[in-house]
Design a protein around this ligand. Structure first.
Ligand code: IPE
Ligand code: IPE
Ligand code: MG
Length: 240
């Protein structure tokens, strides 16, 4: 929990970990009579500006971006391939700048199912930034919350962990997000009111912010609205 000034001039409580479901790229393009790919391309600018804003202006410590779900394999192959290409491009292009800003890059999901070039780009980014102490930026790409939980269970069984020793803390250590704090705020753009298999364990007590704004239209002002909304929530965690 931190305090900072939003445009209201007031000191407000900020989230420590923000997770974003970046949705609405396709509709953004369709509304302009463009191919869906153009929406994904336009969404890259929102990725850049949102990361910069959360890092430089608000010093948010953990940001997790949902950019491809295990269910997104159900899309036409050319869209899937173009998303892979775009991610490879942006990781390659942005890593150096993020590194200079002290950002540590992490990956959440099944990396080995992705094309070789993309795997290499992600691994390079992780390796280069591994000792950074600024914002931790996690990329949930080919990520599914249910798969993550099943993977954790399988690893625990394979390691012969006894049922008596299993508690929430131990379980956390077997998730892709091991070492990351629980999510404080989940933002979903694009108007859908669901979580689409995103961080289902880690967001058990998150605050949610849903907006109709499509991801390519999500800018600094929209970041500010989400943070302001969060700052006005009363988190009780079951208490009073
Ligand atoms: C989000 O935008 C990006 C991904 C899921 C990869 P969509 O592609 O889902 O855009 P809409 O929801 O169809 O508008
Ligand atoms: C959720 O968006 C996944 C990402 C943003 C990566 P989708 O567009 O895939 O979600 P559904 O299909 O509307 O639930
Ligand atoms: Mg969508």
């Amino acid at each position: 929990m931190k305090a900072a000034s939003l445009t209201t001039g007031k000191k407000v409580r900020l989230p420590n970990h923000i997770a974003i479901i970046m949705d609405g790229n396709g509709r953004w393009a369709e509304r302009r009579g463009l191919p869906r790919f153009e929406g994904h391309l336009a969404g890259l600018e929102s990725v850049r500006s949102t990361i910069r804003c959360l890092n430089n202006q608000y010093q948010i410590k953990y940001v997790t971006l949902y950019s491809f779900s295990t269910e997104n394999w159900n899309r036409p192959e050319d869209e899937v391939m173009s998303l892979f290409r775009l991610l490879e491009e942006i990781v390659d292009k942005e890593t150096l700048e993020l590194h200079k800003e002290g950002v540590k890059i992490r990956y959440l999901g099944h990396l080995q199912e992705l094309p070789q070039g993309l795997q290499l780009a992600i691994n390079r980014a992780i390796e280069l930034t591994k000792n950074n102490t600024g914002m931790t930026l996690s990329l949930a790409f080919n990520y599914g919350g249910r798969t993550e939980i099943l993977d954790a269970v399988c690893r625990m069984i394979a390691e012969g962990i006894s049922p008596q020793s299993i508690d929430e803390k131990l379980f956390n250590n077997y998730l892709y997000t091991a070492g990351l704090p629980d999510v404080d705020l989940v933002i979903r753009t694009g108007g859908e009111l669901r979580i689409s298999n995103f961080l289902i364990w880690q967001s058990a007590y998150s605050e949610y912010y849903f907006t109709d704004v499509l991801w390519p239209d999500f800018d600094k002002k929209e970041v500010e609205k989400a943070l302001l909304s969060y700052s006005q929530r009363q988190r009780r965690f079951g208490g009073l």
